[in-house]
Ligand binder design. Structure first.
Ligand code: 0L1
Ligand code: MG
Length: 256
């Protein structure tokens, strides 16, 4: 049996070298979701040991449709580091990823800690600001195929994020229209309401789920609330612009 640390090395090296790997559950069908979160923590610890710093958390599978697709009833989560944050308006290097996709999200940044069971009102009171954002997801598994323990071990496909202009934390982001365009052509249209009905519920879930791992959301943490539409595959030469009603735009270009 490969140790959890050994599995962490496998997923971390796959991400570091942008190399597709077989699913862990192909050879370890008994791998549990709890094991997978332990692997995730160990793999992110390897990044930290290389000098990357904590940046916050991402929530994954926030829509009922995406949960049903993967056969789960709760959102999943992963960890963000400063190396994953990309410069708004800048470039994404395709060669650094296995098969990247982009999805529109809402980003929160905290001014107070949040831990365990909290209400939406408590979550709102802990906010420093809210912003439009996009997440770059990149499963390290071949063909973007995985079972739940695989994706959790792989840091819930976390690989990058762009954050747009920060807005006042009292901005109502419960049901904002979103348009994602590639080279001026619409590729995704949706609403922030697809994120658990209201993205603040995702922040509430983040506080609860992260506490199960003995951690809490800290001041300065960015929390990505989860994808509001299906993710769009990225290729060199694309210019991606995502416009959020009331919040503004996030744009970037894909280079080889
Ligand atoms: O951020 C997400 O919702 C993705 C979570 C993992 C599933 C996937 O990679 O599609
Ligand atoms: Mg996401």
């Amino acid at each position: 049996m490969t140790s959890l640390a050994g599995l962490a090395q496998i997923v971390d090296e796959a991400a570091r070298t942008a190399t597709a790997i077989p699913q862990l559950t192909d050879t370890l069908p008994g791998l549990t979701v709890d094991d997978a979160y332990a692997v995730q923590a160990l793999s992110v610890a390897r990044r930290r040991a290389r000098g990357e710093r904590r940046a916050g958390f991402k929530m994954g599978l926030p829509s009922r449709a995406k949960m049903a697709q993967v056969g789960v009833s709760e959102v999943i989560w992963g960890r963000l580091t400063d190396a994953m944050r990309l410069g708004e308006g800048g470039e994404l290097h395709r060669s650094r990823y296995v098969h990247p996709r982009v999805e529109p999200e809402v980003a929160y940044i905290l001014k107070k800690p949040l831990e365990g069971e909290v209400s939406a009102a408590e979550a709102l009171a802990a906010l420093e600001a809210v912003a439009p954002a996009v997440e770059i997801i990149d499963s390290r598994y071949r063909d973007f195929k995985f079972a739940l323990p695989d994706v959790v071990a792989d840091n819930s496909s976390s690989s990058g994020f762009f954050v747009g202009p920060w807005a006042c934390p009292s901005t109502d982001v419960a049901n904002l229209g979103i348009l994602m365009e590639v080279d001026g052509r619409p590729v995704q249209i949706g609403s922030t309401a697809a994120i658990l009905g209201d993205p603040i519920r995702s922040l509430v879930a983040a506080a609860r789920l992260v506490a199960r791992a003995g951690e809490r959301l800290e001041p300065g943490d960015v929390v990505l609330a989860g994808g509001a539409t299906a993710a769009h595959p990225l290729a060199p030469g694309m210019h991606v612009q995502t416009t959020f009603q009331r919040l503004g735009r996030v744009a970037f270009s894909v280079v080889a």
